[in-house]
Design a protein around this ligand. Structure first.
Ligand code: NOJ
Length: 552
């Protein structure tokens, strides 16, 4: 079924590092408003904001203290209304991040809940007595030690799957669900067009909070990921609020597979989410997490992509991304620093031309890369510190941990956006809150804008092509050269038109012959990242990280 959310492309802003307009070193709404024309120039149709709400920043905004306001660090609610108006004027939709698996420990609800067992907010969270001297169960937090924090006044523990500053909300309490609905209505009535729902698959915890299988790091996850009432609670949100507005919802869904996802995203009466952010394609160079490195494996990547493409076709919808604020930069991972421009373009074509709604993360469009920091004092993220402690307990040296952190930390994607070759990459006139990647002198928006061969201008072309060619949006998908560990080849078909996307993931030369039924000499080469268009015997030799897209 055709739908606007299938036709849009979305630009993600992580506000703290996007653009500072008042010289305090922190990105803000003024900076975003300044850059709306730039965002529009990318040929995207919507902006997803990572949290803009007031927050003590235990997890940089993913710990919300006030759900119906804008953080004073970023601006005011009045200014946000201006931002919505200015964005809509440019035909840019606005998508808010909704973080409701947990709140901040500075949220009024939590402050009240701590006041006593009889407080009406007490049951908004999971407060439990210990078992003798032990915690209520053996769950381990994903961000900070054990998943329970003790409160002496109450002689009870509260559950925090993420950091101590992010107590989990008790969705089994109908009052909590009413609060969430009221938050949804608040922003929708203000004019926003949709939500990205943070770790939404964690909101329903197993009854009785039983002990987890004793694995390190994620112990307990089987009792809160994809929990018993997840579908029911999401349906309640859909029926009571979302269905009444013309909005869309993408749910973040760690550990998701197409089979499990279909329960939530299959179009029809039982659908609760429009699409999901799964993580499987982000694991082609690691084991479950970026922190456990493995050699990049293209076949693993292709298998995941083809599986999602095929299983969802015509019944559900994919969300496509290769970067966000939770992962290191993709060129460092699946591309090549030596062939930064070539591989940056290739990766863009490879994922954006698949079936699904593409998301582009700030800085990705200019090919920003990881930063190397030389001491732990320079890092800022709760997860970095958690992993430092974990590696330390395994006996690793600081030097080794620093090396791992520089490669794997999500802080790599949180360095300020590089706008110009001037001081601080033009991000701020003050002192930036976090290190600017020193390569801003070569990699920045201003220079990329002027260079017709830049990654930036490739993204613009690519996203325009997607907009103008329904085959990219509604076409089917078929993979070729499946056994190759060097190239990724797929075709799309729609209403008599055909598209062939050929991408190389290596710096070695690779011989390619068009699949049966494709005549390259009659196809139009619509996108490419090298000047050479030579075709010999209905094939060509791919140069390092080359991509070619043919249309018939
Ligand atoms: C997923 C978010 O993307 C991430 O940044 C955050 O730390 C966790 N959820 C917890 O909210």
């Amino acid at each position: 079924m055709k739908n606007w959310y299938k036709e849009i492309s979305v630009y993600q802003i992580w506000p703290r590092s996007f653009k500072d307009s008042n010289g305090d070193g922190i990105g803000d709404l003024g900076g975003i408003i300044e850059k709306l024309d730039y965002i529009k120039s990318l040929n995207v149709d919507a902006i997803w904001f990572s949290p803009l709400y007031p927050s003590p920043n235990a997890d940089y905004g993913y710990d919300i203290a006030d759900y119906k306001n804008i953080s004073p660090e970023y601006g005011t609610l009045e200014q946000f209304k201006v931002l919505i108006k200015e964005a809509h004027k440019r035909d840019l939709k606005i998508i808010m991040d909704l973080v409701v698996n947990h709140t901040s420990d500075e949220c009024e609800w939590f402050k009240e809940s701590k006041k006593g067992h009889d407080n009406p907010y007490h049951d908004y969270y999971f407060w439990r007595k210990g078992k003798g001297k032990k915690r209520p169960n053996n769950w381990i937090s994903l961000f900070e030690g054990k998943a329970w924090k003790y409160n002496e006044d109450l002689d009870e523990y509260y559950l925090h799957v993420f950091s101590e500053g992010q107590p989990d909300l008790n969705w089994d309490n109908p009052k909590v669900r009413e609060e969430v609905k009221s938050i949804l209505r608040f922003w929708l009535d203000l004019g926003v067009d949709g939500f990205r729902e943070d770790v939404i698959t964690y909101i329903s915890k197993a009854e009785g909070l039983p002990n987890g299988f004793p694995i390190p790091a994620a112990c307990g996850m089987e009792h809160y990921s994809n929990g018993p009432h997840l579908h029911e609670y999401l349906m309640e949100m859909r029926k009571d609020v979302l269905d009444k507005y013309d909005c869309f919802v993408v749910g973040e869904a760690p550990m998701m597979t197409p089979k499990k996802a279909k329960k939530f995203i299959t179009e029809g009466e039982n659908q609760t989410l429009d699409m999901m952010f799964h993580f499987q394609h982000m694991e082609a160079d690691c084991l479950f997490t970026d922190w456990v490195h493995m050699p990049f494996n293209l076949r693993k990547l292709k298998k995941v992509y083809s599986n999602w493409q095929k299983k969802l076709y015509k019944t559900a919808w994919n969300a496509l991304y290769i970067e966000n604020h939770d992962h290191p930069r993709i060129i460092n991972r699946y591309g090549s620093l030596k062939y930064r421009v070539e591989s940056g373009k290739m990766l863009a074509a490879m994922y954006i031309l698949q079936s699904g709604t593409p998301f582009i993360y700030q800085g990705q469009e200019i090919g920003m890369t990881n930063i190397t920091l030389d001491s732990f004092e320079q890092f800022k993220d709760v997860l970095t510190f958690n992993n430092y402690r974990m590696f330390k307990s395994l006996g690793l040296s600081d030097k080794t941990i620093l090396k791992i952190t520089n490669r794997a930390s999500r802080e790599n994607s949180r360095t300020p956006v590089q706008w110009t070759s001037e001081e601080n990459g033009g991000f701020t006139t003050g002192t930036p809150w976090f290190s600017v990647n020193p390569n801003y002198t070569e990699i920045n928006v201003e220079d990329a804008d002027k260079d017709p061969d830049s990654i930036l201008n490739f993204y613009r072309k690519l996203l325009k092509f997607r907009k103008e060619n329904p085959i990219v949006i509604y076409g089917d998908y078929k993979e070729h050269n499946k056994c190759s560990s060097k190239i990724f080849v797929y075709e799309r078909n729609y209403e008599g038109r055909r598209l062939l996307v050929v991408s190389s993931f290596t710096e070695k030369a690779v011989k390619f012959k068009a699949p049966k039924g494709f005549d390259l000499s009659s196809g139009e080469l619509v996108l490419k990242n090298y000047d050479d268009e030579t075709v010999v015997d209905n094939g060509f030799t791919l140069k390092p990280y080359e991509t070619r897209v043919y249309l018939w």
